[in-house]
Write a protein that binds this ligand. Structure first.
Ligand code: CP
Length: 338
């Protein structure tokens, strides 16, 4: 049996060593095959949602329940009040409580604290610092788990890695095409940042397609280049959809915001209107190497991906979403094991 994982917090995938990721994925695969024990009896994970969720919330709750533990789930909009994050401020505004006080109190009840922060959305330079989740991590005496911040979605990355390995076996040298898609409400690039780094860390060839102005975060791309130079992975960015998908084993679709006009809805709308067609259909998928489709969901049918692809044999979406449960059980089991 693998040793437990001792890390202060799980904010991004690189908080885990290669060995720890292998242990989580190995245990997750065993759990998926039915080998699981209720080893987290008496352990409770608190979940704070500052934004909505379907998969992350339910899969974490079910994961803890199936491992014999509990969850407590609070939604910021309805269950509690604004929290102050700034140090040394005179708290005469809307927030009646400081994160440091809330985090210290919650740490005395909980075994871990899972947070989905809500980036303010005004400035990418500010939001990319992920100050919300780091403020909780700085003040919490139990591990903080990131349930998707502006920059990272490490829980999704674990499920994606398991799905990739189940589908392709050894990932080294395999081609992953990541393509931007249309959405009236694009997400932050957190999922894409996480899968780009995870894939390169596993030696994959990663090709990213997006319209002009939808470049990924510059700091993440610098890190991606450093990772690829040490693992033999390859990174190409700024491609067209067809070029990226040609010869791809996996097509990963997702809509993400333009970071160039982040926080400016008028410019964002006009930029979006100029993007043209960015829809994944069967004709595009046929350019790949028996390509399969991944997407973290929720997916907008016939705007991001056609029904034909989503409901056909190429789609891995339901398996990918199911793997959220298994990989979170693997992670929680190792993180909270006594
Ligand atoms: N992929 C993902 O995180 O889904 P939710 O937003 O529904 O949690």
């Amino acid at each position: 049996m693998a040793d437990g994982i001792e890390i202060p917090h799980f904010i991004r995938l690189s908080d885990l060593s290669d060995r720890q990721i292998e242990d989580v994925l190995e245990l997750s695969a065993r759990i998926k095959r039915g080998v699981s024990r209720a080893e987290l009896a008496g352990r409770t994970v608190g979940m704070l949602f500052f934004r909505g969720s379907l998969r992350t919330r339910i899969s974490l709750e079910v994961a803890m329940h199936q491992l014999g533990g509990d969850t407590v789930n609070l939604t910021a909009a309805s269950d509690f009040w604004e929290l102050e994050a700034r140090e040394g401020t005179v708290m005469d505004g809307a927030a009646p409580e400081h994160i440091k006080d809330a985090a210290t109190v919650l740490s005395s009840y909980l075994s871990a604290l899972a947070i989905r922060p809500a980036p303010a959305g005004a400035s990418w330079e500010v939001d990319r610092r992920d100050e919300g989740i780091h403020a909780w991590a700085a003040c919490s005496q139990v591990p903080v788990i990131n349930m998707e911040s502006a920059l990272w979605h490490p829980l999704q990355a674990l499920a994606d890695l398991l799905t990739l390995r189940e589908t392709l076996g050894d990932l080294r040298g395999k081609r992953l095409a990541i393509t931007w898609t249309h959405s009236p409400e694009p997400a932050s690039p957190a999922v894409i940042h996480s899968i780009v780094l995870a894939a390169l860390r596993n030696g994959m060839r990663v090709a990213v397609a997006h319209p002009a102005g939808f470049e990924l975060d510059g700091g993440v791309l610098d890190e991606a280049r450093r990772v690829s130079s040490s693992t033999g992975g390859e990174l190409e960015i700024g491609l067209g959809m067809e070029t990226a998908v040609s010869g791809a084993h996996i097509v990963y679709a997702r809509s993400w915001k333009s970071l160039e006009v982040y926080g400016n809805p008028t410019l964002a709308a006009s930029r979006m209107a100029r993007t043209g067609d960015w829809l994944v259909d069967e004709k595009l998928m046929a350019l790949g190497e028996e390509a399969r489709l991944m997407h973290p969901m929720p997916v907008r049918r016939n705007l991001e991906v056609t029904d034909e692809v989503l409901d056909g044999p190429r789609s891995l979406l339901y398996r990918q979403a199911e793997n959220r449960l298994h990989t979170q059980k693997g992670l929680l089991s190792l993180l909270l094991r006594r």
